[in-house]
Design a protein around this ligand. Structure first.
Ligand code: SF4
Ligand code: ZN
Length: 317
């Protein structure tokens, strides 16, 4: 016999939260995720009632679920506006399907959808970059994900800014945040943790502030939400994902969470503490403008220009 929901005590439970032991029915589970998103937005003052927000949407479960929740929340704020922005990195037999899913999802939610490709913005697709500089003769030592991460961040910021967005919302979940914290350690760059977190520092007028309303929701719960709400999303993984150190960290954390429920939350809270200590002791670095592209940058030449111009193209972003 299925147990009844711990919260409403009426409907059958369909999910047990391993870290709290709660047994929850479908409706209470979805309500709890929406409530958590609202709470995270309020706690970190992520959005204002009249913000125009650009949501970075990839077509995956997290971003499609977040778009769904934000469009529900937006209904209560007539002065707010949402647009969906998508970056086509140029990954064959992968990104095409995702773009169709984003288009269809936005059409249903009546949200304007805008996209840009690496090819349009930087002159080469990710497949072309990988063929030449990861697997080809001019090996750079970087992985496809290193190119993808830097260029996608730039593309999203530019798209959001060009369309007048006040905030750039991304669907990073708690698992992503914990992986990023550990990646900073593994890359020998723990000070970077000060720049991570649910709200990015608003450190330059050309930099659209980033916020992450899913940062306290586990990945398994964003997935379950998307399934229960019958939200269409792309389930096929990116063909380059296996090359990333992040994937190894993700596998390790999932194994540990299986044995020690709640461990991801513990690491998340520890990362928050370390981040606030760093912020209070290390003077934050002012962003300047890249000498080549004039985009905000921590160094004289930004990372996007470094990988695009120095290594390959000889043309700006
Ligand atoms: Fe880009 Fe790597 Fe993610 Fe694929 S797995 S979309 S290459 S960051
Ligand atoms: Zn630059």
């Amino acid at each position: 016999m299925p147990s009844s929901c711990t919260l409403c005590k009426r409907r059958d439970a369909i999910y047990t939260r391993p870290y709290s032991g709660e047994k929850i029915c479908s409706r209470c589970f979805c309500n709890s995720i929406e409530k958590k998103v609202k709470h995270t937005i309020a706690k970190h003052k992520m959005l204002r009632y009249d913000d125009k927000i650009a949501v970075g949407v990839s077509g995956g479960k997290d971003s499609m679920a977040l778009l769904h929740i934000l469009s529900k929340l937006e209904a209560a704020f007539p002065k707010a506006e949402i647009i969906a922005i998508t970056v086509d990195e140029g990954i064959s037999q992968y990104r095409e399907e995702a773009l169709e899913i984003v288009e269809e999802g936005c059409r249903r939610l009546q949200i304007e959808s805008i996209s840009v490709s690496f090819k349009e913005m930087f002159g080469l697709s990710l497949d072309e970059l990988a063929t030449r500089f990861v697997y080809g003769e001019s090996k750079s030592g970087l992985t496809p994900c290193s190119y993808c991460g830097v260029l996608r961040r730039r593309a999203l910021n530019n798209l959001a800014r060009e369309h007048g967005a006040k905030k750039l919302v991304t669907a990073h979940n708690l698992d992503d945040e914990v992986q990023t914290a550990l990646l900073n350690f593994f890359h020998g760059d723990p000070l970077r943790m000060a720049r991570a977190g649910p709200v990015s520092p608003h450190s330059h007028p050309s930099f659209v502030q980033r916020v992450k309303p899913f940062s306290e929701v586990l990945e398994r719960e964003t997935t379950l939400y998307a399934y229960l709400k019958r939200i269409e999303f792309q389930s096929k993984p990116c063909p380059y994902a296996s090359t990333a150190l992040r994937t190894d960290i993700r596998t390790m954390l999932n194994r540990m969470e299986e044995k020690h429920a709640g461990l991801k939350y513990t690491v998340y809270r520890s990362a928050e503490t370390v981040s606030s200590i760093i912020k209070s002791t290390v003077k934050s670095q002012d962003l300047k403008e890249c000498l080549r592209c004039q985009e905000p940058s921590a160094n004289e030449i930004c990372q996007a220009c470094k990988i695009i111009q120095d290594q390959c193209l000889g043309s700006g972003s």
